[in-house]
Design a protein around this ligand. Structure first.
Ligand code: NAD
Length: 362
C-alpha cells in the first residue's frame, strides 16, 4: 500500500511501526493531528487479517480521536495504537513492557490507554515503562472506569437533542428506548429515571434487563423490537452500525442519541435520518465523556471537573444543531465542521473563543 498517499488522504502527521522480535508481535501507532495537543487514543489488540487492515484501522481510529477531542474542547490531538495479535493468546508481560518502552520513546507525542482487546491489567504493565498512559485505576491516582462520566455526557447530549427537536427542557414522561444496559446504558437509565423518563430496554444479558426493571421501572423489549418502538428517543448503548439499511425505515423515534461508537453504518445514513426528520446527535460528541475522563488524569484526576466537562456536551450539541440548521447540513457534518474550525484556529494561533465560553475551569 502507498502509505504516504493514505496519510495524505486522511491528513495524518505520523505513522510509527513497532516490532517485538522475541515474540514477533507487530504494532502500529498513528498520530493524526497534534495542533491542539499530544495525540491521545487507546491501544487496540486485534487479530487483523492483514497488516494492511491494521494500518487502515489505526488511521481511521486516530482520525476519529482528533475530531472527538477537538469538538469536546480538549487540548488534545488524535492518535491510536493497534497491536496485531490474538488478545486471548498473545499477551504477555514482555509484550506490554516493550509497548510501554516504545510509547515512552515517542516522548509524549502519543499518549496511550485501554481499548478493545486490552485491559486495565495490561495498561498497568504498560505504565511501568511509560508515563504517557491514561485510564488508570482510581487507587493509583487515575480516573478508573469512565462509564459514569460517559453516561453523564450522553444524558447531556440527549437533553440537548430533545430540546432542539421537541422544544422541551423537562424529561417527564419522555419515552426512551435504551439498547444495551451495560456500564454506560445502566448509568444512563438511572439519570433518565430520576428525571421522570419512561424506559424501554433491551440487552442480550437478561440479568442486566432485570436490574433495569427492578431499579428504574424499565419495560423489557425484544432485541429486534427495539428499533421499531414508538418512543421519543432511541439511545444505542451497545453496538455500532445500528443505523443501517435494514433498520433505517423502522425507526419511529424523533431523536437518536446514545453512548455507542460508530452508530451510523455509513455517513449517508446520517442524511437519511435528516430526510426522515429524526434528529441524530453525533456519536463522537455524545460519548466524549470517556476521553474527557482520561484527559482529566493528565493534570491530576478530579471527578467533579470531569463531570462538569461532560455536562458541557449539552452546549456543544446545541451549537452543532444550530449550525446544522443554519447551513442546512446533517448534524454529523456540522460537528465535523466545528472540530475542523477549532483545529484551524489553533493552527492559526487565533483565540479559541468557542470552547473557552463553555468549559469550566479553563
Ligand atoms: P458494556 O459491555 O458494559 O455494555 C454493553 C451492553 O450491551 C452489555 O450489557 C451487552 O450485554 C449489551 N449488548 C450486546 N449486544 C447487544 C445487542 N445486540 N442488543 C442489546 N444489547 C446488547 O459496554 P459499555 O462500556 O457500556 O459501552 C457501551 C458502548 O458505548 C460501546 O459501544 C462502547 O464502545 C461505547 N463507549 C463506551 C464508553 C465508556 O466509557 N464505557 C465511552 C465511549 C463509548
Amino acid at each position: 500500500m502507498d502509505l504516504f498517499a493514505e496519510m495524505q488522504a486522511r491528513g495524518h502527521e505520523q505513522i510509527d511501526f513497532f516490532y517485538e522480535p522475541e515474540f514477533g508481535i507487530k504494532g502500529v501507532v498513528a498520530i493524526h493531528n497534534t495542533a491542539l495537543g499530544p495525540a491521545l487514543g487507546g491501544c487496540r489488540m486485534w487479530n487483523y487479517q492483514s497488516e494492511k487492515d491494521a494500518v487502515i484501522d489505526v488511521l481511521r481510529l486516530s482520525r476519529g480521536m482528533t475530531y472527538k477531542a477537538a469538538v469536546s474542547g480538549l487540548d488534545l490531538g488524535g492518535g491510536k495504537a493497534v497491536i496485531i495479535g490474538d488478545p486471548k493468546t498473545d499477551k504477555s508481560e514482555a509484550l506490554w513492557r516493550a509497548f510501554g518502552r516504545f510509547v515512552q520513546g515517542m516522548g509524549g507525542r502519543y499518549i496511550t490507554a485501554e481499548d478493545v482487546g486490552t485491559s486495565v491489567e495490561d495498561i498497568a504493565i504498560v505504565r511501568r515503562e511509560t508515563r504517557y498512559v491514561v485510564g488508570i485505576a482510581q487507587d493509583q491516582g487515575g480516573g478508573g472506569d469512565p462509564s459514569r462520566v460517559t453516561a453523564r455526557g450522553v444524558f447531556a447530549g440527549l437533553r440537548a437533542a430533545v430540546e432542539a427537536r421537541l422544544g422541551r427542557k423537562d424529561l417527564e414522561g419522555l419515552k426512551v428506548a435504551i439498547q444495551g444496559v451495560g456500564h454506560v446504558g445502566m448509568y444512563l437509565a438511572r439519570l433518565l429515571h430520576r428525571n421522570g423518563a419512561r424506559l424501554f430496554v433491551s440487552d442480550i444479558d437478561s440479568s442486566r434487563v432485570s436490574e433495569a426493571i427492578e431499579k428504574y421501572a424499565a419495560q423489557a423489549v425484544g432485541l429486534d423490537e427495539i428499533y421499531g418502538l414508538d418512543v421519543d428517543v432511541f439511545a444505542p448503548c451497545a453496538l455500532g452500525a445500528v443505523v443501517n439499511d435494514d433498520t433505517i425505515d423502522r425507526f419511529r423515534c424523533t431523536v437518536i442519541a446514545g453512548g455507542a461508537n460508530n452508530v451510523l453504518y455509513n455517513p449517508r445514513h446520517g442524511e437519511e435520518l435528516v430526510k426522515r426528520n429524526i434528529l441524530y446527535a453525533p456519536d463522537y460528541v455524545v460519548n466524549a465523556g470517556g476521553v474527557i475522563n482520561v484527559y482529566q488524569e493528565l493534570n491530576g484526576y478530579n471527578e467533579e471537573e470531569a463531570l462538569r466537562k461532560a455536562d458541557a456536551i449539552y452546549h456543544t450539541l446545541r451549537e452543532i444543531f444550530d449550525l446544522s440548521k443554519k447551513e442546512n447540513i446533517a448534524p454529523y457534518q456540522a460537528s465535523d465542521r466545528l472540530a475542523e474550525a477549532r483545529i484551524r484556529r489553533a493552527k492559526d494561533g487565533r483565540k479559541d473563543r468557542l470552547h473557552n465560553l463553555y468549559l469550566p475551569g479553563r
